[in-house]
Design a protein around this ligand. Sequence first.
Ligand code: ADP
Length: 490
Amino acid sequence: MQEKRKILMVASEVVPFAKTGGLADVCGALPKALQELGHDVRLLMPLYKQVDVKGHRIRRAAALKNIPLKIGSDKIQIDFRTGKLPDSKVKTYFLDYDEFYNRDELYVDPETGKDYPNNDRRFIALSRAAFALCESLDWIPDVIHCHDWQTALIPLLIKNEERFAGTRTVLTIHNLGYQGNFPPETIELIGDYAHLMQPMGPMEYFGKVSFLKTGVHFADKLNAVSPTYAREIQGSEEYGYGFQGILQERAADLVGILNGLDVDVWNPKGDSNIAVNYDVATLDKKIENKKALCERVGFTFSETVPLFGVISRLADQKGFDLFAEIKEALVALPFQFVLLGTGDKKYEELFRGLAKSNPKKFHAIIGFNNKLAHRIEAGVDCFMMPSRYEPCGLNQMMSMRYGTVPLVRATGGLADTVIDVDAEPERGNGFTFDAYDAELLLETIKRAVKTFENQSRWIAMQERGMKHDFSWTASANKYGELYEQALQKS
Ligand code: ADP
């Protein structure tokens, strides 16, 4: 039995309040699982414009108003609002400061397509607010659990917070590709830390102030979101993004913990977003969702033609440059393909172009649409993730929950969750390929198309995926152990 601990989780996005990617899924589900284990878990995130204040009954609190916060020489006044993570008792606090967070997007200015120029201030404020909140509540946590660069200054700032001398920090790395590197002047906004900015110093990264590097240096314990990714980021420049050295130095404090899924939200049996509900015992009903999706996107429905899907941020990380190389060959294949995604303009153009010239075979929905994401998971036969790197990946797990067979590059969490059916016919739950190579991707897609002809083999794969336990329970226990290890540090 683990001790019950007081845990403050600080994150820049949390489902269902605000989301751009898997980070939000994790921060919406892990606190609930930890609370079920008996921990007193609370959450802090910014009050963005898209947070549905009324819908989630988020309230003002008299005791949490007009709290002073320093950012460099600026003094601002912040409020916190309070709410609950739905279907749980997890107290959630929202940092309310319009000038920073009442914006159309979370990190990127939609008008310029670039990061907001004051992202350093926005996330220094969130990190400092963690201490201000706990002091106002007179609730000092045992552990502050930070997520990604946006909160990675907390392990440094805590060193100057007297009341938190007994509190330890854990930093979870969800994606090393996003490091929060800012111009050297940013150091003055953080505090009296110029001495940590010498070349190769704890906060310095090629002349910039790196929030993530600071966290990697100062956090008591670190983890990456899958065992394979934890190894990959220490092993090479390609995965380590220049951090492999410092990560190797912290190897004794760095582990990999695979993400789980919110299995209540991602459950084909009770999902109100999809056309027809089903589970592993009624898998034959899944086809009704394929019919509904084909109708929606204007495809001719066919039981024998496999329908492939992608739901993704359109970023270089996700491997769509491989797709571009083989697009002619794909047009000739007996399959259909639907994409939901948004991001890099060059990929948006690639998929729009394919859909325009082959409307019966390719369909692209450019945008972010949660309901449609559920419908695609339920409606397609095969889900593609040819990622260049993938810290954990949630969509392959969501796919398996919905009886949709994943086709992935074997990297990071994809390698930890998908077993190739040709390599291991009795255990296989999908298709994998190793090298980052377009021909290999094409070959793997052809293997999947061919395997779809053998329906009994396909169904066996679907069933294996659907029966797998993707819940958070096991991983939440591992986080509990990590907190204990952090607390043992002096
Ligand atoms: P990442 O965090 O790198 O974006 P993950 O696979 O870990 O990748 O998580 C992505 C999450 O975001 C999944 O829940 C996925 O369904 C969702 N998602 C990504 N793009 C979209 C989109 N355009 N519309 C709706 N949901 C999306």
